[in-house]
Each structure stands twice: as C-alpha cells, then as structure tokens.
Design a binder for this molecule. Structure first.
Ligand code: BES
Ligand code: MN
Ligand code: MN
Length: 456
C-alpha cells in the first residue's frame, strides 16, 4: 500500500483542482437565495460518484436540501463502511473580513482558502479520492456507502426521517466521518466526543413603536438594555449557567478521565496568541479551557440585534431586541428538555416592562466513541501508518447531531477521523484547509478500509 502515497502525490494537482471546482459552488444551506447552488453542489458530487463507478448514485429530495447517496458493494461477506459528511457550508459573512472572495478559492502558503474548504467539502472529497486510490490498487477491501447531506449546518433537520425510511439501504458495520479536527499536523488525534446542542432565538418587545430616546428614555424600559441584562444573568459570577435544572443530567467526568485529558498537549500561550486575546474566559471556574470547550456545557450568544446600527448616531429607544443563543450540551443532557428549561427560565426572569418569546431552532444530542471499538482501532492504526505516531483520543466541543441518531436509529457506532485543525477558521472569514491535511486524509482513509476489513 505504499503505492497509495505515490498515487496521491502523482495526482496532487488534479485532486486540488477538483476540490476547488466544488468549492466554487456557494452551497449555503442557511440562505434560501442559494437553494439552486446547494442543488448544483449535490449534482456535482453525483457526477463524481458516477465517474468513480459507484452504484445506486442518487440525489434524494427532502423538504429542504437534497441528500446524495452512492454505494459500491463488492460482496455481502465483506464489512460495510458508511461514509457520512456534508456538502453544505456556513454563510460567509462578514464578507469584508475575507482576504479573498469565499467562493473563489485561492491557494496560499500551502492552504486552500474558501468557505467549506475544511468544513466539510474538503474532508468529504478526501473520501471520494480515497475510493479512487483503492480502485486503482484493485478491489475495495470493504463495501462502501456514502450519505452526504446538504443540511448539516442548519441542524440536519430532514436527515432523521431519511435514515429511518432507508434503514435497509444504509445497513453497515461502521460509520466513518471526517468533519472534526486533529491536535496538530505532527500530533494526530481522533475525536471521541462531540457536544450536543440546543439553539433558540429570543425576542424582547417593549413599547409598540420605536421612541425618541430623549422624550421617553428613563421612563420606558429599553428592550435592548433589558435583553442585555437578561442575557448577563444567564451565567453567575463563577461562570455557571443559571437556567433552573440545566445541570441536572450532566455527567461529570471522573478524576481519572480529567487527568488523562490534561496530558493532551495544549499550549495556552499559543492558543491565546492565535486568537489575539490576553486571557481565556467564558466558562466555569475550576475547569481548564480545554475542559470548558469540550466536557462542560456552555451558553453563547451567536447574534444580537435591535435599534439603530446604521452610520452615524440616531437617537432611538427601540421597540424590540432579539438574540440567537446556543447551548452546547454534554452527556446525558437532552436537547428538548434543555430547550424547555431555557424557555421557562427566560420567561420567568423577564421584567413586566417587556414581553418575551422564545423560538426553538434545531438541537441534537452529544455523542461518544469508545476507543475500544473496532472502528476506533482501525482508525488509530491507519493514522499510525501514515503519520508514524499513535493518535490521541480527544473530546471536541463542536456538534454533529446526526451521530447520536446513527446510533439510535441504525444501531451503528461512528468513527470521527477528521483531518482539520482548529486554526482552519471554520465558520469564520478566511476558512482554509491545509494541502498537507487534504492529501494526508486521502492517503490515510484507504488504510482504514483495509484495517477495518482485517478486523472483521
Ligand atoms: N464540522 C462541524 C462540527 C465540528 C467542528 C466538530 C470542529 C468538531 C470540531 C459541523 O459542521 C458544525 O459546524 N456543526 C454545527 C452543528 C449545528 C449546526 C447543529 C455546530 O457545531 O455548530
Ligand atoms: Mn462540518
Ligand atoms: Mn460546520
């Protein structure tokens, strides 16, 4: 299999060009103006799957964006790998902070800059090219199926019913996902935990119209001020979330597990320097930044608006204010329960000067992967082969809601073998993906197929 490496190197330029062509399609799932482009990105993938000689290649319509399915079944006695990923991307804004346009990919300093470069088109396409590499070498060691969706960034709302309806088609032995990160290019790691999510939008309404802030200011409560006070009260002085019942089901990590986690390489000063901050913060006292961003739940405002935000100064006491709030959850918090607790709490703390409403968006449960599972072991061996180092199991703070549902609905474990880096600026301006990471992924994935086949 040393041939894999040579094959990847020999086809490097073409592999990059193909990915760049896909990245040019602005498949922004959150913005309905891009609905047509989301379909184009799905069609593009369908074409590549067909070119690869995959069977049952199909674009399945959903009430939202389509799901792309493809498979290659060698024979029924071989284990089956189901590859999951997403071809939709986050909105690129704020546009003015991009050094080059988000959908006009450029290569600079050995990195591809574009929205979706790492999250997740670049990582999905590694799997497509890995199949090409395996085809080149002979027969696939495992049967392979792909399910690549277009709604991950908006909560995978239509995927649950899809996997329920197509259980037989999706039957597999393991789910393989590349949509997470590693510690560093010389420190491979495999994700063993993802956080869950409850996402809500809140609105605070005061007077029935915008008012002159001089004529009414002081006599009438300002909804923007009120919203800020309410949000500020959602965490106490120790960083604990004050929503009643929020921590009831949180499973605390054992002292042993925390000690194990603390061994993971983490350079606090490099972390702060990379983000341009003097100090970390925002979490609970008594936990390290790594713990706060993985094994502990959090609450963050993702957006807040109200009043005048145009040029210059306009004196106005706005009628309304609103915010989007995400809560990242850990085992065994239930997203629906947390949403209900938040709603009850937020309504309870509202002063009678305003009316509040809470609108739930999407949610999802946290997920865990056992390092003893056959899938984890095959991924660890694969990374060991191509990186020359044993990967470290890591717990991540991000969410992939479908992972918990794969277990619940299909009864399948997932392996989270991602090749991104936290510094890749996913969801931010100037998202990028290292050429090293992209090619390393293409090189490593065939070993996963081989070792997983051996273990079965
Ligand atoms: N790929 C990310 C999740 C991720 C990133 C996990 C880095 C671990 C490390 C995924 O595309 C994502 O952004 N998920 C959303 C889920 C949400 C829309 C329900 C998230 O985490 O915000
Ligand atoms: Mn992703
Ligand atoms: Mn994402």
């Amino acid at each position: 299999m040393t041939a894999t490496r040579d094959f990847v190197q020999a086809n490097r330029d073409r592999f990059l060009e193909e990915l760049i062509a896909w990245l040019r399609i602005p498949s922004i799932s959150a913005d309905s103006a891009y609905k047509g482009d989301v379909v184009k990105a799905a069609d593009w993938l369908v074409e590549k799957m067909e070119a690869l000689g995959m069977s049952r290649v199909e674009k399945y319509a959903t009430p939202g964006h389509p799901i792309v399915y493809a498979e290659k079944i060698i024979d029924d006695t071989r284990p089956t790998i189901l590859v999951y990923g997403h071809y939709d991307v986050q909105p690129p804004d704020p546009m003015n902070l991009w050094n080059s346009p988000p959908f006009e990919p450029v290569i600079k300093d050995e990195k591809i800059y574009a929205r979706g470069a790492c999250d997740d088109k670049g990582q999905v396409y590694m799997h497509v090219k890995a199949i090409e590499a395996l085809n080149e070498e002979g027969e696939l060691p495992c049967n392979v199926k792909f399910i690549i969706e277009g709604e991950e960034e908006v909560g995978s709302v239509n995927l649950e019913s899809f996997i329920k309806s197509y259980k037989d088609m999706l039957a597999a032995d393991i789910i393989l996902v590349s949509d997470t990160s590693m510690i560093a290019n010389d420190t491979p790691s495999i994700t063993v935990a993802l956080r869950g999510m409850s996402y809500v939008e809140v609105e605070v309404v005061g007077p029935n119209r915008d008012l002159h802030s001089g004529v009414y200011g002081g006599a009438i409560a300002n909804p923007v001020n009120v919203l800020c006070e309410m949000i500020a009260s959602l965490k106490d002085a120790t960083g604990r979330i004050t929503v009643d019942g929020f921590y009831d089901k949180v499973i605390d990590l054992s002292a042993e597990d925390r000690a194990e986690m603390a061994k993971q390489p983490f350079d606090l000063s490099a972390y702060k320097a990379e983000l341009g901050i003097a100090a970390t913060g925002g979490g609970e006292d008594g936990y390290t930044p790594l713990e706060r961003s993985s094994i502990r739940p959090t609450l963050d405002v993702n957006g807040i608006w109200g009043g005048y935000i145009g040029e210059g100064a306009k004196t106005v006491l706005p009628s309304k204010a609103a915010a989007k709030i995400s809560m990242r959850l850990v085992p065994d918090q239930d997203p629906d329960e947390i949403t209900a607790l938040f709603k009850a709490h937020f309504e309870k703390i509202a002063p009678d000067t305003v009316k509040v409403s809470v609108h739930p968006h999407h949610g999802g449960k946290a997920a865990m992967v056992s390092t003893r599972s056959a899938g984890y072991q095959a991924a660890a061996r694969a990374m060991e082969t191509t990186f020359g180092k044993t990967p470290i199991p890591t717990r991540e703070g991000g969410s992939i809601p479908i992972v918990a549902l794969f277990k619940e609905v299909l009864g399948l474990e997932t392996v989270l073998m991602g090749f991104g880096l936290h510094s890749d600026a996913i969801h931010s301006p100037n998202e990028h993906y290292g050429i090293f990471n992209y090619l390393k992924g293409i090189e490593t994935i065939p070993y996963f197929h081989k070792y997983f086949a051996e273990s079965k």
